[in-house]
Ligand binder design. Structure first.
Ligand code: SAH
Length: 252
């Protein structure tokens, strides 16, 4: 029915299909058309068998749809009266090009509903019991990218390197050497780093190393995208360390 269409941007969470929000799942079930990205867990699509589905995911070297094509597909289908759900990995506000889709849709008078998701940077750290912040110890988080729109590491990595923030780098695996070089300009070789590939999924791989050994360990353990690179003492400040080095409070 023309004029009744709507657009919902939904964050699917970091990988494990149980890590979507209740609201996100409800909105998926209401969709007529689901346009989903590469990192979305395909099991989530089974919750709405009747909906039309298109994989519009961008994979390295294999662009199925350009952003312009996705924008047009959204508007075309909403204007036909469909509830279009744009399902994106993690949270829609973190490296997900949500703003471009919201802006384009609004140009055609389409309002967008946004359903937040658990971003990979915080969800995966939490699942690994890595405290990205900790009272009196880790005061900031610097979430940045290893792949800017120009295909380079972000200049912010250079600034982050000078800070004491916990640094989380997304889309950084193809630029791991550059990242190591920049971070080592301000940090020591033994500065801790965790790499988590396919976090929260059954095929997850992870490895804890340090800046000096970063590149050789990535190669040795064949760690690849999609992966998070978490840099800072928070990486070794997890429960394992707590159990071994700090007294465990006794229950009364
Ligand atoms: N909107 C997403 C990020 C999209 S950018 C979010 O909020 O998480 C894609 C990058 O996110 C990947 O290259 C990788 O660095 C990271 N990522 C997403 N899912 C991941 C996962 N399950 N395991 C490790 N890294 C992941």
């Amino acid at each position: 029915m023309p004029g009744k269409g709507m657009l919902s941007l939904v964050g699917a969470g970091p990988g494990d299909p149980d890590l979507i929000t209740v609201k996100g799942l409800r909105v998926i079930k209401d969709a007529d058309l689901i346009l989903y990205d590469a990192l979305v867990n395909k099991q989530l699509l089974d919750s709405n068998p009747a909906a039309e589905k298109h994989d519009v995911g961008k994979r390295k070297g294999q662009h199925t749809y350009s952003q312009t094509e996705i924008n047009k597909l959204i508007v075309y289908n909403v204007e036909k009266g469909k509830h279009v759900v744009r399902l994106k990995g993690g949270d829609v506000s973190v490296f997900a090009r949500a703003a471009e889709e919201i802006e384009y849709a609004s140009f055609f008078g389409i309002q967008t509903q946004v359903v937040p998701g658990i971003s990979s940077y915080s969800g995966i750290a939490a699942q690994h019991q890595i405290p990205l912040t900790r009272r009196c110890e880790h005061e900031s988080i610097w979430v940045t990218t290893g792949h800017t729109c120009k295909g380079q590491i972000s200049e912010d990595i250079k600034h982050a390197a000078k800070s004491s923030a916990t640094i989380v780098i997304l889309m950084g695996m193809t630029k791991i050497k550059d990242i190591q070089t920049e971070l080592l300009k301000y940090k020591s070789e033994d500065y801790p780093v965790a790499i988590v590939q396919n976090g929260t999924l059954p095929n997850e791989k992870h490895h804890i190393t340090n800046l000096g050994n970063l590149v050789q360990d990535v190669l040795k353990h064949n760690l690849q995208s999609p992966a998070l690179i978490i840099v800072g003492y928070a990486v070794v400040d997890n429960v394992c360390k707590l159990v071994s080095t700090k007294s465990i409070p006794q229950l009364a």
